[in-house]
Design a binder for this molecule. Structure first.
Ligand SMILES: [Zn+2]
Length: 537
């Protein structure tokens, strides 16, 4: 058991309330401090810490609790120091202080703190509490004879300024290293933290601001309300741009995924890197202008593009010949320089998965796969709540999973890829000569036409083969289908639900759900907006 000095026994596992107010505070007078002290006593506090003989004298009149006295003084280095003078300490004791606290940090020691601990003992005969910020300072203070050590200065010295929160681990370390009782003080804002301090072995806990600074407490509530107000009235918007092969869709999107304004423009065909960048900048400028003109405040911009993207740098790592010259383009840097907002860039299929995570089916599940079915086939996979990007950003090439050895040639240069059997052209091929577009086939199939239904069944069989590979690898909860082939195509889901159980291992146990994305035509834009939200300050 550590030695507990006289007048401090009642502090054991109790609360000490620091009653202090800065100059100019409406409570900054002895009478107010006495009222705080009386209130603290009524509330169950075991002691009071306070500044200066006037406040101590007033509090002494008001309560019988032990008082820890300090005297803050401005020093030659331009900063306040706690009780740097023996004469001050003498006045505090004369006014009624039972214990004297002083700054024993490295800086305090430069101002003679170690010697002062001995002088206070020798000349005033009261216990000393050493306010420190590090273990070394605590050890020095205890060796000098300090009766109690308090973590008061942690986070308030040059050496510890990076500490922003109360640290139970620091208390635990002090308790282990010191032979004197440890008092937890500094940045203890909530009752749970006080309990944590006791759990860490603290002899007592001192709380000040969170109890005796009504102005600070008020501003905390006001700040929380302001943050919520600016969130809920949607003053924070992002801009999402989905750069497609034919069209570029863009929108001003609120943080909860509502589209405020949408725009569509034609993507310059085969124009190369310069034309595409110029086009993107024009689209971005326009959206920013509309946003500002209508009182929205865009905080970031996201771009979804075909090709493989390094999301950290916003550069295109690799793009096929569908986007000539796009490989290596530093999209984020170019746009950021042009519009002055943070810019995030992501592969368009990944962006759709991110959109599902933020605004769609992926909100409720941590493992899901998005598959886009259109001119091409792509996707994105969330594993344990994280988008899987792979080691080189080449993950999620779902369209190029081989489903037929030596099969039909694919745009990627290989043969038998899922894409060749599950894109729009494939559906048309399965339907024969009678239909002009894949959408026609989908419409006909869903209204019961036999040829179209058979084509869709064939399509589902091929797509199902690919899905089985993905599901056996990742075991997702949900497969979300999007893109032109999935839109308005409930028959596709019922075909898959019929066929997949026969192809999957343990279909009953895994309860896989196949669903059509609810995000609709602007899913890619929402994905771009989602990455912008993640990038927002
Ligand atoms: Zn391929």
């Amino acid at each position: 058991m550590k030695h507990v000095p006289a007048r401090c026994e009642s502090f054991f596992q109790s609360l000490i309330v620091s009653c202090q107010a800065p100059d100019g505070d409406p409570f900054g007078e002895p009478d107010s401090m006495a009222r705080f002290a009386r209130t603290a006593a009524l509330g169950g506090a075991a002691g009071i810490r306070t500044n200066g003989p006037d406040d101590i004298a007033a509090i002494r009149q008001a309560v019988s609790l032990p008082i820890i006295g300090i005297q803050k003084r401005l020093q030659a280095d331009g900063r306040i120091l706690i009780t740097p003078d023996l004469e001050d300490a003498r006045k505090l004791v004369a006014a009624g202080a039972d214990i004297i606290a002083l700054d024993c940090t490295a800086r305090g020691q430069r101002f003679g703190a170690v010697e002062r601990v001995r002088q206070i003992h020798g000349q005033l005969g009261v216990p000393v509490m050493a306010d420190i910020a590090t273990v070394e300072e605590a050890v020095t203070a205890a060796a000098a004879g300090a009766d109690l050590v308090a973590s008061t200065m942690r986070g308030y010295t040059a050496e510890t300024e990076s500490v922003r929160n109360f640290e139970p681990a620091f208390i635990r370390e002090l308790v282990t290293r010191l032979g004197v009782p440890v008092v937890a003080e500094g940045r203890i804002d909530r009752p749970e933290q006080a309990a944590e301090a006791i759990r860490a072995g603290a002899f007592a806990v001192i709380v000040g601001t969170a109890i005796t600074r009504p102005g600070v407490i008020t501003s905390r509530f006001v700040g929380a309300i302001h943050r919520e107000r600016s969130r809920s009235n949607g003053r924070h918007y992002v801009i999402g741009i989905d750069l497609g092969g034919t069209n570029t869709k863009s929108a001003i999107v609120s943080r909860d995924g509502k589209l405020a304004f949408e725009f569509i423009s034609a993507t310059p065909p085969g124009g190369g890197r310069d034309a595409l960048l110029k086009h993107l900048k024009r689209v971005a400028f326009h959206a920013v202008e509309v946003a500002r003109g209508s009182g929205c405040k865009p905080t970031a911009l996201g771009v979804a593009t075909a090709g493989w993207v390094d999301p950290l740098t916003g550069r295109v790592v690799y793009a096929t010949d569908n986007l000539p010259g796009w490989t290596g383009t530093p999209i984020a840097d170019e746009l950021q320089a042009a519009i002055g907002l943070p810019v995030a860039v992501e592969n368009d299929a990944n962006a759709l998965a991110i959109a599902e995570r933020h605004f769609g089916r992926g909100r409720d599940v941590d493992d899901f796969v998005c598959i886009t079915l259109g001119t091409g086939v792509g996707g994105g996979c969330y594993i344990a709540g994280r988008l899987n990007r792979g080691a080189h950003f080449f993950a999620n090439a779902l369209g190029h999973i081989p489903i037929q050895h030596g099969g039909l040639p694919c745009t990627c240069g290989r043969k038998g890829c899922l894409e060749v059997y599950a894109n729009a052209a494939a559906l048309l091929r399965y339907a024969g000569q009678e239909f002009a577009t894949a959408e026609d086939v989908i419409r006909a199939a869903n209204s019961g036409e036999n040829i179209a239904r058979r084509a869709l069944r064939t399509y589902a069989a091929h797509l199902g083969t690919g899905i089985v590979s993905i599901v056996h690898l990742l075991d997702p909860s949900v497969v979300v289908l999007s893109g032109g082939i999935a839109q308005d195509n409930p028959l596709l889901v019922s075909e898959l639900n019929e066929q997949l159980p026969e192809l999957l291992i343990a279909p009953g146990q895994r309860r896989l759900q196949v669903e059509i994305s609810q995000l609709g035509y602007y899913g890619g834009v929402l994905g771009a907006a989602a990455i912008a939200i993640e990038k927002s300050p």
